[in-house]
Ligand binder design. Structure first.
Ligand SMILES: [Zn+2]
Length: 419
């Protein structure tokens, strides 16, 4: 068998594994929250608050979709014309066209060029978020965060670029196999090290102080049979008024993180409700599942790119001879950008099902649907989220069920229909 045939076979195996994982691990069969309950919940929310949240979301929209369109156009312009390849060559020129300079500097230059084009939209977003009082950050702090995220991406990107183009040189016929394994390994590695190494670049985490709430949360975790090393508090208040909590890492790096804003805004019972939701993620291994499917997806993507690399017309429009050369990196970015736009609604759909299961877990664990509903209302109010967003936007990108869906699920649970 040729390397190409092996690649096609491996890809088929990965796709089947992904589909099986999606069928088995995603809780597809959650009962939908009755629309009548959703509308009743919406009717009970203060009208002025709903209007303000919708106004805020409307003000964000031109920036968000503008960034999406400009980002796509930039990726296509760089990848599907010789422009990007020329940019990569340019980066290598001061270094005698050395491949390492082309691979690392050229690659980072292409990404930076695309980032700079969408920067005005990010600034617009910050201006809107600040105008509505959701951000507590000035332009100085915003810029520092931006530079930090560029720095983190540059470090991870440089390692990935150097690794990838070393492999394409050493194994010109089999690079896809090493590349797929490397991409999968990188996803797993990032899942372990991001919470430990990268999150502290942006926030300070301190163990939740001893007291009734901490005792209550640790007892809740023990009762749930979920091994939690610690509950950490993030100093999110230095950039936002928004409230949140999440679980990150798995195995020895798993922890529950609660925003300090949540502790300030919500009652202890509501915090318990949020943490019960996060325990649901931990208990159902959602981070592990996400990492596993992410790793399989990344491996499959590398092989798809390799197979597309034999498409002569594609290489010609990009002005390159081989998909495996650093000058073809902009072409890879263009293909990955398009794939990302297509994958967004699929990821959102899976995420909403997983989140609904964690909600159900919280309702069962606390046995307190009234507090759960109060917490959802508070999340929506403080975070200025549209409790019942436009259907198209919900389908395209909503990672969580809407506020009214979550409130309706609590009501269904209270009636005993939520299982
Ligand atoms: Zn969640």
């Amino acid at each position: 068998m040729t390397p190409r045939a092996w690649a096609a076979l491996t890809l088929a195996g990965l796709v089947v594994t992904l589909l099986v994982a999606a069928v088995l691990l995603v809780p597809w069969s959650r009962p939908p929250a009755p629309r009548a309950d959703q509308l009743a919940a919406l009717g009970e929310l203060p009208r002025a608050e709903v209007a303000r949240a919708r106004e805020f979301r409307g003000a964000l929209r031109p920036g968000s979709y503008g960034a999406l369109v400009v980002g796509l156009l930039a990726a296509l312009a760089l990848g599907l014309t010789p422009l990007g390849a020329k940019l990569v060559s340019l980066a290598g020129r001061p270094f005698g066209d050395h491949w390492i300079a082309q691979a690392v500097l050229g690659g980072l230059l292409v990404v930076l060029a695309a980032d700079l084009l969408t920067l005005p939209f990010a600034a617009w977003r910050h201006a809107v978020v600040a105008r509505y009082g959701l951000s507590t950050q000035g332009w100085g702090g915003w810029t520092v965060d931006l530079l930090k995220s560029y720095a983190v991406s540059a470090v991870i990107g440089a390692v990935a670029l150097l690794g990838f183009y070393t492999v394409t040189r050493l194994a010109p016929r089999w690079w896809w196999a090493f590349g797929a394994a490397g991409a999968a390994g990188l996803v797993v590695l990032l899942s372990f090290i991001l919470p430990v190494l990268v999150e502290p670049v942006f926030n300070r985490f301190t163990p939740m102080e001893q007291g009734p709430l901490r005792t209550e949360l640790m007892t809740l975790a023990a009762r749930d049979g979920v091994p939690v090393r610690d509950v950490l508090v993030a100093d999110a208040s230095r950039r936002t008024r928004a409230v949140n909590a999440y679980v990150s890492g798995f195995g020895p790096t798993r922890r529950i993180v609660v925003y300090d804003t949540l502790l300030r805004e919500a009652t202890p019972a509501e915090v318990t409700s949020v943490v019960a939701h996060e325990l649901g993620h931990a208990k159902d291994q959602d981070v592990f599942t996400g990492t596993l499917t992410g790793a399989l997806g990344a491996a499959a993507a590398v092989i798809v790119l390799y197979l597309l690399g034999s498409w002569g017309a594609l290489l010609r429009v990009a002005g390159v001879e081989s998909i495996a050369e650093p000058r073809a990196f902009p072409l890879l970015i263009a293909l990955v950008t398009v794939a990302g736009l297509v994958a967004t609604p699929v990821q959102a759909l899976v995420s909403r099902h997983v989140e609904a299961r964690a909600d159900e877990h919280a309702l069962t664990l606390t046995g307190d649907p009234a507090t759960f509903e109060a917490m959802q209302r508070r999340l929506s109010t403080v975070n200025l989220s549209d409790p019942d967003p436009p259907r198209w936007e919900y389908l395209y990108s909503a990672s969580h069920p809407s506020t009214v869906e979550r409130m309706a699920a609590a009501r269904a649970h209270a009636r005993g229909g939520g299982g």
